[in-house]
Design a protein around this ligand. Structure first.
Ligand code: GLA
Length: 372
């Protein structure tokens, strides 16, 4: 019997590059998702087929635990199969068909959606602790795919909430459900670019954050990650840090605080304040953390010139991908037209625009439901 499992992409509202510093993030799962449909096979092989890329690959299940990365999309699935096996789950012969509406390279976490949906497909309904599922997929990404990513994407792909954001504490691995103000639309704009630099720069940022912690520990030995540093402490030692390390750390320390202020702002419903926090976050990523790019800055600056936009910022790892915009619902049709027209006039590329509906985390799709 074929069983189908879906896992969503995400838009991070605020808290960028804070997850691997064990701080706070505030993502929503979105209604773009990856669906993995698995049917048992009798030939001892794991076969995967991407309907979007029209590509297939297969391996003997007996070899799965010992494969090396092939630097293709299949690494996400094989990395997960390997982690499942290491965790004691049997991965049986089967054929998995994959279809995703999360655009690859959009910064909306197509990879975590692929990891989580294929993990569920290979588990085929066997129980797994949700947190263990998220961690196992993160481990696949870190150890097999080779990106030292934090937990945010896999966490929200598993724990996403219909109609709300989740504030994840990336140290305690717990979250709070955060209700967003009613009169605001969340719109993602995909720049359609993904700069090559992204992967190496991501690793470099994790190393710079580790260097910052090392330097700060000389004065504050109790600090074990940038999560432990607040702005008061940071101001006291900032002058002693080398310029680049100081700016990287300043982004993380201030961004963690912005998450707290954004969550408080959601309770108060002050959309102007929320928009300001978005812009502060973007400027910090642009100038201090240096993970934005010309196209993302253009999208943010253009968005801020459009009436009815409360705030705009890049979302996800950066170096391309998407921006997230907080918009007055009455202005969203005009926003879509204007941002698309202006981006096209500048870069001759039409950006994809998504109105995001906060959605539930991964689940099995009941057999009677049609799959698109
Ligand atoms: C990528 C990573 C996440 C997180 C973001 C930046 O999406 O996969 O773990 O670090 O970048 O916030």
């Amino acid at each position: 019997m074929t069983r189908a499992f879906r896992a969503p992409g995400r838009v991070n509202l605020i808290g960028e590059h804070t997850d691997y510093n064990l701080g706070f993030v505030l993502p929503i799962a979105v209604d773009l998702a990856c669906v993995a449909r698995a049917a048992p096979a009798a030939d001892g092989r794991l076969r995967i087929h991407s309907e979007d890329l029209n590509e297939s690959a297969d391996w003997a299940v007996a070899d799965l635990a010992n494969l090396s990365p092939s630097h293709a999309w299949t690494d996400y699935v094989i990395g997960v199969a390997r982690e499942l096996i290491l965790a004691g789950y049997d991965v049986g012969p089967q054929s998995i068909r994959i279809h995703s509406t999360v655009p690859i390279g959009s910064g909306l976490s197509s990879s975590a959606a692929l990891e989580v949906s294929s993990a569920l497909a290979m588990l085929g309904g066997r129980p797994i602790e949700p947190m263990r599922l998220a961690q196992l997929c993160q481990k696949a990404e870190r150890e097999f795919v080779g990106v030292p990513s934090g937990i945010m994407d896999q966490y929200v792909a598993v724990f996403g909430q219909e109609g709300a954001a989740i504030e994840i504490d990336c140290r305690s691995l717990t979250h709070k459900v955060v209700t967003l103000p009613p009169d605001v639309e969340i719109v993602a704009v995909n720049s359609m670019v993904k700069h090559e630099l992204g992967r190496s720069a991501y690793r470099e940022r994790t190393e710079q954050c580790a260097a910052a912690v090392e330097a700060i520990r000389a004065s504050y030995p109790e600090v074990s990650s940038l999560r432990d540093v607040d702005t008061r402490m940071f101001c006291g030692i900032a002058a002693s840090l080398p310029d680049k390390i100081r700016r990287r750390a300043r982004h993380v320390v201030t961004e963690d605080e912005r998450v707290g202020r954004f969550v408080a702002g959601c309770r108060g419903g002050d959309l102007g304040k929320l928009g300001e926090l978005f812009v502060d976050s973007h400027r910090s990523l642009q100038f201090d953390y240096e993970v934005s790019c010309e196209e993302l800055d253009f999208l943010v600056d253009t968005a801020l010139s459009i009436e009815g936009v409360y705030g705009a910022r890049m979302t996800g790892g950066g170096f391309g991908g998407s921006t997230v915009n907080l918009i007055d619902p009455a202005a969203s049709a005009r926003f879509e037209r204007e941002i698309s027209g202006k981006y096209h006039a500048r870069y001759s590329v039409r950006p994809q625009v998504y109105r995001c509906r906060p959605s539930a985390g991964a689940s099995e799709i009941p057999p009677c439901t049609s799959i698109h």
